[in-house]
Design a binder for this molecule. Structure first.
Ligand code: B12
Ligand code: SF4
Length: 556
């Protein structure tokens, strides 16, 4: 890619930068800056410096405008004196839509607005998970055609599939981005080589230059709080396809729409008290990340002081948040003393309920008591399967009797907490009828009331299950078989439909009868599943066509 407004040559790794009428042509091997400034107000008050600092555009394709990773990068950049613009594109692609080579691609109307918002910046950063690959790839091609600004991709998918991502992005950042983006901007501004830069992958001619990530940030308290300044933040309205400056009302509206707990569209402030997970379930990103960070990572936790300070600032500025969501992979994986201190102080500062995710082993009375007292209202637990064989396949060591004991304990807290949400993974091709039956039996033993959340087993790249699925011939085309998977759908068959009945107030004896082995054997037969599938698809088609009509009204 050749120089444009900012005069850069990225594809060749030596960046010839002509930034704000100055040109540089140096390659330095200085070590990357170790630390960005501590939490607090922007230290770079010198307007001359500010006006010279490279501006970075950060684009989030996620349905959820919380976009914690990108907001964190924005905060870090701002602290170092780099202005940022954020563009949130919470666009839900109708399943039926097909365009050009990419099944999901934003319209030209949207892409042109994104392009205009990127003009004049020195770097464009886009974050993505696997399911967002196609729309981000087509957006990147559009941006690169219209502008000569380097595009860097980061997030879980580029971290795991950097080589593939370099077919589109100029630069790929693997792993945690806070230190990397600062180093990157610094090197681009000072025309220093990226070839030896930790975290960075790029192409030199046709050769890929790959660098390992720097170690993860050990002290999470050094990371500034996520950027929730509205200035220079923009959001896409899907119905009109117009991108407008974000304001309080719009932020409220979009955060409500993307509420993590569907069906309860409260206004959530989403944050993380920790990073990492002690487990490596074979379908999960932590399994994939282990290959990049082979040294076993322990959970890194923010201090209670740091979390409470963040909540104090946020709730002071935006008192309209109704609840707090801790999206940590395993929020209760802390000592009971730490959770007690958190609970005591949370209650004082937040004064509203909160929700979190947890794993069965961490649910104990000692941990739960203070949390419920502080306002824990919603808890979501990964159960995944009731079959020992499948639990072993997932490397989840959680015997059913422990799950049942956990559910019984949680049940004691109702109605102070809402009925817990139990996650299950369906459509596992290695599951036999017996495995599925065992999961239904486990469900029958969990004390009601509870909600069930189901996920279609998706083989995310880099995971052990992905490799196994490839070996077993279950994946022949990544885009079709993985990237386009509807994780929140399910195959239509008798057993899978049973999952919808559990949260309903159906008497247990009836449910038990419906889940009895002979009944399952009869109704799970392919012929019955075929009929159910046909009925469901006819219904779905109708709904999708209606959605499509609303989305693409006929041209008058
Ligand atoms: C919150 C969350 C969501 C939210 C919001 C997502 C968002 N980003 O706003 C919602 C509920 C929408 C969501 C949905 C899904 N999620 Co989700 N989600 C998460 C979760 C719990 C936290 C994400 C987060 O904010 N992390 C914290 C930040 C700090 O980390 P980060 O995002 O990775 O960002 C850092 C780096 O990656 C990097 N970086 C990120 N972006 C960029 C960009 C640039 C330019 C650079 C340089 C660096 C960079 O720097 C950041 C700071 O260090 C993660 C698990 C996890 N622990 O990360 C799963 C996770 C991202 N989700 C995952 C999945 C599978 C999904 C779903 C498909 C379904 C599901 N089963 O959950 C759906 C997809 C939805 C869809 N198609 O619309 C997987 C992704 C696997 C993959 N290969 O894509 C993860 C990793 C969970 C897992 N354990 O496997 N999710
Ligand atoms: S416990 Fe959850 S976050 Fe941790 S590895 Fe397993 S699935 Fe991933």
């Amino acid at each position: 890619m050749t120089a444009g407004e900012t005069g850069m040559t990225v594809g060749e790794t030596r960046i010839t930068l002509s930034y704000q009428s100055q040109s540089f042509e140096t390659v330095s091997s200085d070590p990357p800056p170790k630390k960005y400034p501590q939490t607090g107000a922007c230290p770079n008050k010198n307007p001359l410096l500010l006006s010279r600092a490279m501006e970075v555009v950060l684009i989030s394709p996620y349905s959820d405008v919380s976009a914690m990773g990108l907001r964190s990068l924005s905060a870090v950049l701002k602290k170092a004196g780099h202005p940022t613009r954020m563009i949130f594109l919470p666009y839900q692609f109708p399943e039926i839509e097909q365009r050009s080579d990419f099944i999901t691609s934003y319209s030209d109307k949207i892409l042109d607005q994104v392009t205009e918002l990127c003009r004049g910046a020195g770097l464009i950063g886009i974050g993505l998970m696997t399911n967002y690959f196609e729309q981000v790839a087509s957006m990147t091609l559009h941006l690169k055609e219209a502008l000569s600004i380097p595009v860097v991709w980061g997030g879980i998918h580029p971290t795991i599939m950097p080589e593939q991502c370099l077919d589109y992005a100029d630069i790929v950042c693997i792993g945690e981005g806070e230190d990397a983006i600062l180093d990157l901007v610094d090197r681009l501004e000072n025309n220093r080589s990226l070839e030896d830069m930790p975290n960075i992958w790029l192409k030199k001619n046709d050769t890929i230059i790959s660098n390992p990530p720097r170690p993860v940030i050990q002290d999470l308290n050094t990371i500034p709080f996520n950027d929730y300044d509205m200035e220079n933040h923009h959001v896409l309205d899907q119905a009109t396809e117009i991108i407008s400056p974000l304001n309080r009302e719009l932020l409220r509206e979009y955060l409500t729409r993307s509420a993590p707990t569907k069906g309860r569209a409260a206004l959530f402030y989403q944050t993380l008290a920790s990073r990492g997970c002690p487990h490596h379930c074979t379908y999960c990103c932590w399994d994939a990340l282990q290959r990049i960070y082979p040294k076993r990572q322990r959970i890194r936790r923010r201090s209670v002081d740091n979390i409470i300070e963040e909540l104090g600032i946020i709730l002071d500025r935006m008192p309209w948040f109704q609840e707090i969501t801790f999206s940590d992979d395993s929020f209760l994986d802390a000592s009971s003393t730490e959770l007690e201190e958190f609970s005591r102080r949370y209650k004082k500062v937040a004064g509203r309920s909160f929700q979190c995710l947890a794993e069965p082993r961490t649910i104990t009375r000692k941990r739960m008591d203070p949390l419920v007292d502080a306002g824990l209202a919603n808890i979501q637990i990964g159960v995944q399967s009731g079959s020992k064989k499948i639990q072993d396949l997932y490397k989840r060591n959680q015997p059913n009797d422990r799950v049942i004991a956990m559910a019984e304990l949680l049940n004691e807290y109702i109605p102070r907490i809402r009925p817990p949400i139990y996650d299950f993974i369906l459509d596992n091709p290695w599951e036999t009828l017996q495995d599925k039956y065992e999961t239904l039996q486990l469900l029958l033993k969990l004390p009601p009331p509870f909600y069930v959340q189901i996920f279609h087993l998706t083989f995310f790249p880099g995971t052990e299950l992905y490799d196994l699925a490839r070996k077993d011939g279950l994946i022949s085309d990544d885009i079709r078989d993985v990237y386009r998977q509807q994780y929140n759908s399910r195959d239509i068959n008798y057993i899978n439909l049973m999952y919808s009945l559990f949260p309903k107030p159906i008497p247990r004896p009836i449910l038990r009868a419906m889940c009895a082995k002979p009944v399952i054997k009869t109704f799970q037969r392919p012929i019955v599943s075929g009929v159910l599938d046909k009925m469901y698809n006819a219904y779905r088609e109708k709904v999708l066509r209606k959605q499509h009509k609303i989305h693409n009204p006929p041209v008058q």
